[in-house]
Design a protein around this ligand. Structure first.
Ligand SMILES: [Zn+2]
Length: 248
């Protein structure tokens, strides 16, 4: 890949990690984002010698490796994440996927642990999140550290052709496709977090909110990737800038 492209993509992945951290989708260190750079390779957030966590990811933390985790470039003291198989096996099994987010949103963790259903109770409040609820969020039932390809393939099986998977007792994986794959995967992770937060609070208040009637569902258009993904991601980049955390 062209070096200029690589520099820009490392920056994109690093800022994506910062957005997830800044918005509370991972506590402390954990989580990573990957971006496909070829049929069998990716840029992925690695662990560096001065590791400070997802929230404070630097472009140098984003390294190019193949789907077996072997370096495409010199790793210079960085190591691939333990859970690389989440990224590698999804990218291997889903040629339509170009980016993968893995993180540990506390809201989704609690909803999964308590079996709080992610029901379609709201609409225009957050259409992408409503859409996730309407389509159903698949669940991977094991709470394991996904550090072997076999476990990665179990996550892939649970994900199916969905945009996100809830990994019970652990976190989530979200995927994105096309020229704004990272943006799409991050925005899907944020939507799942929003759905889980509303579902948790709703359950605390008795869980009696009625589900959306079909005639209201019919009035929830897909506003398209440029609105849902690109504009939303730009908003979160601007928030990082406001907070003094944006990498440029
Ligand atoms: Zn994890």
């Amino acid at each position: 890949m062209d070096q200029t492209d690589l520099v820009g993509r490392r920056l994109l992945v690093a800022n994506a990690c910062r957005i997830l951290g800044a918005r509370g989708l991972s506590e402390d260190l954990l989580g990573h984002v990957s971006l496909r750079t070829g049929p069998d390779r990716m840029l992925v957030r690695c662990r560096g010698p001065r590791e400070e966590g997802l929230f404070l990811t630097r472009p140098a933390d984003v390294r190019e490796v193949d789907l077996d985790g072997d370096p495409v470039e010199e790793l210079d003291g960085w190591a691939v994440p333990n859970e690389l198989p989440i990224h590698a096996e999804i990218l291997r099994a889903r040629p339509d996927v170009d980016a993968v987010v893995h993180c540990h949103p506390p809201s989704v963790l609690l909803a999964g642990l308590e079996g709080v259903p992610l029901r379609p109770v709201f609409g225009a409040y957050n259409i992408p999140a409503a859409r996730l609820a309407l389509d159903g969020v698949p669940v991977y039932l094991r709470s394991v550290l996904v550090r072997r390809p076999e476990l990665g393939r179990e996550v892939v099986a649970a994900l199916g052709d969905a945009p996100v998977v809830l990994m019970r007792g652990h976190g989530i994986a979200a995927v994105g496709s096309g020229s704004h794959a990272v943006e799409q995967a991050v925005v899907r992770a944020l939507a799942l977090d929003a759905l889980a937060r509303v579902s948790l609070e709703s359950a605390r208040l008795g869980g009696k909110a009625p589900e959306l009637p079909p005639e209201d569902v019919a009035e929830l258009p897909d506003l398209g990737g440029s609105f849902n993904d690109v504009m939303m991601f730009r908003h979160h980049l601007a928030r990082l800038r406001h907070e003094g955390l944006l990498l440029t």
